[in-house]
Design a protein around this ligand. Structure first.
Ligand code: NAD
Ligand code: IPM
Ligand code: MN
Length: 360
């Protein structure tokens, strides 16, 4: 049977609760579909920082590069500044492995509580640029403590970086409804955005059958709340895509259910699979984190590895449990991480009754 080698970084906070839950489900899917995963855990994150002064060892990326994928929980701890935890682990992986596509699906499952009056039929794919744009290292803080103190942040958009993420989004749109929305802010104020519009339009024009609509980010945020069904694939810059993906997740229920894949489409380097949510220190250690985001993220990983049937099975089991199974508090329920994950595992295994009655 097929083996895959996957690096696991549970990271911090609820990462330690949702990652093992998702690994169990992947293993169960593997035994049904004839593959297995060799999981290699790496104890990197805030605890590593407290003991060693770094979030990961200096050869961290080389070690991860030996694997076919990285399965990641979350990083971030209340006692360590975020710029240390993020620039020390998450961002170097995304950039070092050229994971320039951040794919973030948001789909409403009937029966799941949503703050929207009519969430039914929401099914969108956010394609977020993941290595440049507003998240640049160019900038700094100057004149600390003086009257003239200031902070500068440059957004860096390259033609190559913009064109490749737009091309990915266009190809995805062509395989879906053909509708592609580009999030922009080109009404004359920000230099980078007319450039974004121009490069996106050129890249999308190469893909037959895709209709491109550019929508200003502020109006787009409002439209996502009032009628999210009008959107299918949305391509966005790093910061806009970050904000839109939490918004989309909340619209379909909770950021606890939102999956995400940091992809290197050329497969020169491993891709990394981590949910949209963070380490959630406010609920960490209580066993109530929603495991669905991490589990759906595992399905994205299996899909990328070529195990499309296993991925589809997991998604189906998740939908079944979301519809009428146990629920964590973020979805209005009173159940815990373990109960939800166990219900999903059972649903996955028992959708073939013969296997289920065999005592699984
Ligand atoms: P967060 O996503 O961790 O939490 C936001 C809110 O959503 C919290 O109220 C939390 O309890 C809730 N929530 C998140 N995931 C949940 C889940 N699975 N089930 C139920 N509720 C869930 O964002 P934050 O509080 O802004 O950030 C906390 C830390 O995480 C910070 O250090 C931040 O930098 C970091 N962070 C890391 C990542 C990552 O590693 N990819 C992503 C986002 C934030
Ligand atoms: C995410 C997170 C990260 C981001 C942070 C933690 C740097 O919010 O994965 O969405 O902004 O990319
Ligand atoms: Mn985010």
């Amino acid at each position: 049977s097929t083996h895959y080698s996957v690096a696991v970084i549970a990271g911090d906070g609820i990462g330690h609760e949702v990652v093992p839950a998702a690994m169990d489900i992947v293993d169960a899917a593997g035994s049904r579909h004839g593959f297995s995963i060799d999981w290699t855990p790496y104890p990197w994150g805030s605890e590593h920082y407290r003991t060693h002064g770094t979030m990961m060892p200096t050869d961290g990326l080389d070690r991860l590069a030996q694997h076919e994928a990285v399965f990641f929980g979350a990083v971030g701890a209340p006692d360590i500044p975020d710029h240390i935890t993020l620039w020390g682990l998450l961002i170097p992986i995304r950039r070092g492995f050229q994971q320039y596509v951040n794919l973030r699906p948001a789909r409403h499952v009937k029966g799941v509580r949503s703050p929207l009056a009519e969430p039914d039929g929401t099914d969108l794919m956010i394609v977020r640029e993941n290595v440049e744009g507003e998240y640049s290292e160019v900038g700094g803080r100057f004149g600390r403590g003086t009257d003239a103190e200031l902070a500068v942040q440059e957004a860096v958009f390259t033609r190559k970086g913009t064109a490749r993420v737009a091309a990915y989004a266009a190809e995805l749109a062509a395989r879906r409804s053909g509708k592609l929305t580009s999030a922009t802010k080109s009404n004359g104020i920000i230099h980078s955005m007319p450039f974004w519009d121009e490069v996106v339009a050129e890249a999308v024009a190469q893909q037959p059958g895709v209709e491109l609509r550019s929508v200003l980010i502020d109006a787009l945020a409002a439209a996502m709340v009032s009628r999210p069904q009008q959107f299918d694939v949305i391509v966005a810059s790093n910061l806009f895509g970050d904000i839109l993906s939490d918004l989309a997740a909340a619209c379909v229920g909770s950021i606890g259910v939102a999956a995400s894949a940091n992809l290197n489409p050329e497969r020169t380097y491993p891709s990394m699979f981590e949910p949209v949510h963070g380490s959630a220190p406010d609920i960490a250690g209580r066993g109530i984190a929603n495991p669905v985001g991490q589990i759906s993220t595992a399905a994205l990983m299996l899909d990328f590895l070529g195990e499309t049937k296993a991925a589809a099975d997991i998604n189906q089991a998740v939908d079944d449990v979301l519809r009428d199974g146990p629920r964590t508090p973020d979805l209005g329920g009173q159940d815990g991480t373990r109960e939800v994950a166990e219900a999903i595992r059972k649903q996955l295994v028992c959708s073939r009754p013969a296997e289920c009655s065999a005592g699984l």
